[in-house]
Design a protein around this ligand. Structure first.
Ligand SMILES: [Zn+2]
Length: 297
């Protein structure tokens, strides 16, 4: 794996924040709106987590990417303005953090357009997209390309960015993919709410950030693209954001590590990567008469 990072850099790292707030809960179950305590757990993100994380990023001199669902933008416009005022990137994350699994293209297009309209009301035209729950459908790249998105960050099939063409896509129409994975997401470490999410095990920030630091060191050694996904309602808590600041400081200190936004990584990828992958759906082979699955042809 040798990715052509800009001169002087050997690897890249991006700190990304998904500001789901209430949207992911309401998309999962609209009746959750009646649960005052659960809703307050989600509201902690925009109310307390984001301001604290913005202070961390300011102290570290790091620009980050914030994925903001349209519903969050409509509910907390001043918080989104504070993110923009600090020089961070705001990108698209659905409207109500929709469950896109199995969703048809027309319904998904409506959700994307609604999210775009909400961000546009705040003067933001995002270049990046992250599917709610990282749940892309095979038609999603086409919807993104049609709407002028430059990159997506929801797939899990590489350690470095690449350019993809949707299967039926016209030549020339491509999207940069900046891959993610569940080991670099704070949900699995910290999220717990009875009757909503999590197993009840809440990891210590030292353990979580130690694991993420180990990954960062390996991405750095291999010249990869390290993308950490955090949620302000989880990682914005005091000890967690303190540990995250230690991690950011350590990653910044890695020689030749380019710490930047996903938009900048995508722009660089468009410039230096000529190879374009066609991403194809792989289906199960047909069943033979004896019930064994065999490859056909
Ligand atoms: Zn999310």
């Amino acid at each position: 794996m040798t990715f052509p990072w800009p001169d002087g850099y050997r690897a890249a790292a991006s700190f990304t924040f998904d500001v789901d707030a209430e949207s992911c809960v309401l998309a999962h179950d609209p009746s959750a709106a009646s649960r005052m305590s659960l809703m307050s757990h989600q509201a902690y993100g925009p109310r307390v987590g984001v301001p604290r994380l913005l202070r961390v990023l300011r102290r570290q001199g790091v620009r980050a990417t914030f994925f903001v669902p349209g519903f969050t933008a409509d509910t907390y416009p001043d918080m989104v303005r504070a993110i923009v005022d600090d020089g961070h990137e705001v990108a698209h994350h659905g409207y109500l953090h929709e469950q896109t699994r199995g969703m048809d293209a027309r319904t998904e297009a409506r959700a994307i357009d609604r999210g775009l309209a909400a961000l546009e009301r705040l003067g933001i035209r995002p270049t990046g997209y992250r599917a709610p729950w990282w749940e892309m459908n095979w038609h999603t790249p086409r919807l993104l390309i049609e709407r002028g998105f430059r990159y997506d960050s929801s797939l899990l099939d590489d350690d470095v960015p690449y350019r993809l063409r949707e299967e039926q896509g016209k030549p020339g129409a491509t999207l940069v993919e900046i891959p993610v994975h569940w080991g670099l997401d704070d949900w699995e470490q910290y999220a717990f709410y009875p009757g909503w999410t999590g197993s009840g095990v809440i990891e210590s920030p030292r353990k979580a950030c130690g694991m993420w630091r180990e990954e960062a060191a390996a991405y750095h050694a291999e010249g990869g693209c390290y993308v950490l996904t955090s949620h302000p309602f989880l990682s914005g808590r005091p000890a967690r954001s303190a540990a995250l600041e230690g991690l950011i400081e350590a990653v910044r200190g890695m020689a030749g590590m380019w710490v930047t936004t996903l938009a900048e990584i995508a722009e660089h990828t468009e410039r230096v990567v000529n190879e374009v992958r066609t991403v194809r759906r792989i289906d199960a082979p047909e069943l033979s008469e004896d019930g064994e699955r065999r490859l056909v042809g």
